[in-house]
Design a protein around this ligand. Structure first.
Ligand SMILES: Nc1ncnc2c1ncn2[C@@H]1O[C@H](COP(=O)(O)OP(=O)(O)OP(=O)(O)O)[C@@H](O)[C@H]1O
Length: 306
């Protein structure tokens, strides 16, 4: 279902470092492009991601904006989800990052700022689910995937490097991490049913892909009120390297070590691991995650007239 409300006041958050800096250059003209459509744009960007999130959350909470627009990769979409989910303020995503899995899952323009601006000016919105984590203290949201295994360790390793840029950094991190990684004992409880396993990774997915196009949970839908929970059981290193490339096409799902469960509430128990979500360091494990159906309104392309 789409609708076309009018948004007058837009908060804009740009990540100057996304996609190795090229997003910063493309984003520089975004504010004026949105203003040309008659929107009043307030720049909520900051030198740090934390500062930008605080600006965005204040603007949403204080009713200063009618729409939040974020420009960058999944990290910026994640920031936008954490400012807008559970509120009435819609989120516009200008996908300019290295990984744009949330935007891809929503069918948004990728690396096309002009098409993104036209989409935002069109003002069509769609309600989608968001994941929310509760481990005590604050309760952060995620829009795409939460993961807490080999993939999280690889993500952490890649984040510590400034070179190489883009996907090559993650590929190198996989090669470095695999020889030293040991499978992790987990208890994964999905809608009350507990699965004890020793696994390479566990992914709690709202969206179908992560890591810049890996179709980890190819059948995950962002509006079905459910997570797809992928468990990759213990496999040897050589076998892992055989299975791993299959995620780009989503054909890994038939492998005997892959299990995909579905549910609205997931409890994840393991020791010594911090989860990542949407490419960002997220929440220590143990944690509980729930789907909040329709928690987020996102701007989407206008429906095609047939
Ligand atoms: N000023 C800033 N505003 C927002 N995010 C920032 C800022 N400076 C650094 N970051 C960080 O940039 C990282 C990457 O952001 P994003 O996902 O939008 O781009 P990306 O190009 O897809 O990422 P990457 O190059 O890491 O794959 C995030 O982890 C975020 O914390």
């Amino acid at each position: 279902m789409t609708e076309a409300p009018a948004f007058a006041r837009v908060g804009l958050v740009v990540n100057p470092s996304a996609s190795a800096g090229s997003a910063g250059r493309a984003a520089a003209t975004l504010g004026s492009a949105l203003a040309r459509h008659g929107l009043t744009v307030t720049d909520l960007s900051s030198r740090s991601a934390g500062g930008a999130l605080a600006h965005a959350q204040h603007a949403v909470r204080d009713g200063e904006i009618d729409l939040l627009v974020v420009a960058g990769g999944d990290g910026m979409a994640h920031l936008g989800v954490n400012a807008c989910a559970g509120t009435d303020i819609p989120l516009g995503i200008v996908a300019l990052g290295t990984g744009n899995d949330i935007a891809t899952g929503l069918g948004l323009p990728i690396h096309d700022a002009a098409a993104s601006v036209a989409m935002i000016a069109g003002g069509h919105t769609r309600a989608v689910d968001a994941g929310r984590v509760d481990g005590g203290g604050h309760r952060p949201w995620f829009g795409g995937t939460l993961y807490a295994g080999f993939d999280a360790v690889v993500n952490a390793r890649a984040n510590r490097w400034s070179w190489p840029k883009g996907q090559a950094r993650y590929n190198l991190a996989v090669v470095r991490e695999l020889p030293v990684f040991s499978p992790i004992p987990y208890a994964v409880t999905v809608d009350g049913t507990r699965h004890d396993t020793e696994a390479m990774l566990v992914i709690v997915a709202n969206a179908a892909s992560y890591g810049g196009g890996m179709q980890v949970t190819p059948e995950a839908l962002m509006d079905d009120g459910l997570f797809d929970v992928l468990i990759l059981e213990r496999v040897g290193r050589a076998e892992f390297l055989r299975v791993f490339p299959k995620v780009f096409a989503g054909t890994h799902v038939d492998h005997p070590a892959v299990r995909i469960l579905r549910g609205a509430r997931v409890r994840l128990d393991a020791e010594g691991i911090t989860s990542y979500a949407d490419g960002e360091p997220f929440h220590p494990v143990p944690l509980r995650a729930e789907v909040v159906p329709g928690a987020l309104r996102v701007i989407v392309p206008a429906p095609e007239v047939r």
